[in-house]
Design a protein around this ligand. Structure first.
Ligand SMILES: [Zn+2]
Length: 338
């Protein structure tokens, strides 16, 4: 049953839906037409067999990155491009894409009608990074925002400190005669920030195949990345040998499907580079660097203060952000996981 949310939006079958535009927002399963805020796989609405939305509304950058991310053999969904800062009229509402600061192409969606203004923020990061512009906040009557790290009390490393710690980790591992392996959670975003930092320091980075495809897409989209190559990490596929690069970058998902990394990498030393490294998620790794492309808890509070909504709806996470906002006198409700 549909639950009304933020006047202009409904929460239906664990997904957000704009009835005025007949549009789903970061829907968790394939829908006829959906806005995809950014190219992280948990926002693409893919079904287990690789099925996707019949039509995706997103920025051109996100459309290109989705093409790089699709599972092998799965068709790329048709894209309806909505560039950042552009506005379209859609049914009874106006839709504007604004930079979210999360990853390249990441967008918030401002929904306007005679009933007010709703900002669907998704994942945000106030600062942006070397590969994406900062979040551009606007005031809105209602705000829908992710609570991914709302319960996390430890802070993330600022990007410059995160890059410094990644470089230190790599240099220390090399000094010990080990191969530094950096493990991140997503194929797009902080991975390319790391490639930029490592190559600027003169290190050649070996990437797993999907990370390589996404990094090539970043370069095609105008991000000047250099100093990386696809590296051979399994008996299948091509790429340079591990001893031809200075460090290796893979995702947690890649490790899950390729647990025999030790057979291909000489004496690896592994660091988790993720917001989750600020928690206790890193005990299987040799090092933990809490560098994230998400807003920290403090930044989420600051983001809400800037949007200045009369009501906040949170989703994902455990509802900690909504509880904290209520304690601060901000009207807030948690919708649950998408
Ligand atoms: Zn994300």
């Amino acid at each position: 049953m549909a639950r009304r949310c933020a006047d202009l939006c409904q929460f239906v079958d664990e997904s957000l839906y704009l009835p005025g535009a007949d549009l789903w927002l970061d829907a968790s399963r394939p829908r006829p037409r959906a806005f995809v805020s950014h190219a992280h796989t948990d926002h693409l609405g893919l079904s287990p067999d690789g099925g996707s939305h019949a039509l995706v509304l997103c920025t051109p950058e996100t459309g290109r990155l989705i093409a790089a991310l699709m599972p092998y053999g799965a068709p790329v969904p048709p894209i309806e491009a909505l560039p950042l800062h552009h506005t379209i009229q859609c049914g009874g509402v106006r839709l504007t894409a604004l930079p979210s600061g999360h990853i390249l192409g990441g967008a918030m969606l401002l929904v306007e009608s005679h009933r007010g203004r709703l900002l669907f923020a998704g994942d945000v990061r106030l600062s942006g990074s070397v590969t994406c512009p900062p979040a551009e906040t606007v005031e809105a009557d209602h705000l829908i925002i992710e609570d991914t790290f709302g319960a996390l009390h430890a802070s993330f490393a600022p990007a410059s400190d995160g890059a410094r710690r990644v470089l230190e980790f790599c240099r220390d591992a090399q000094d010990r005669g080990q191969t530094p392996v950096l493990v991140t959670t997503s194929n797009c975003g902080k991975a390319q920030d790391m490639v930029a930092a490592l190559s600027a320091a003169g290190l050649r980075v070996g990437l797993q195949p999907k990370l390589f495809r996404c990094t090539e897409a970043y370069r095609e989209l105008g991000v000047p990345l250099t100093g990386y190559a696809k590296v051979r990490l399994s008996d299948r596929g091509g790429g340079v040998r591990c001893d031809e690069v200075d460090c290796i970058l893979v995702t947690c998902g890649f490790l899950d499907y390729n647990p025999d990394l030790d057979h291909h990498v000489d004496n690896p030393s592994m660091a988790l580079v993720s917001g989750w490294a600020a928690d206790d998620e890193a005990h299987h790794f040799d090092a933990a660097i809490p560098w994230s492309d998400h807003a920290s808890r403090e930044d989420l509070h600051e983001f809400v203060r800037r949007v200045n909504p009369s009501l906040v709806w949170t989703f994902a996470g455990e509802g900690a952000l909504a509880r904290e906002l209520r304690a601060m006198g901000v009207k807030a409700r948690h919708l649950g996981s998408l």
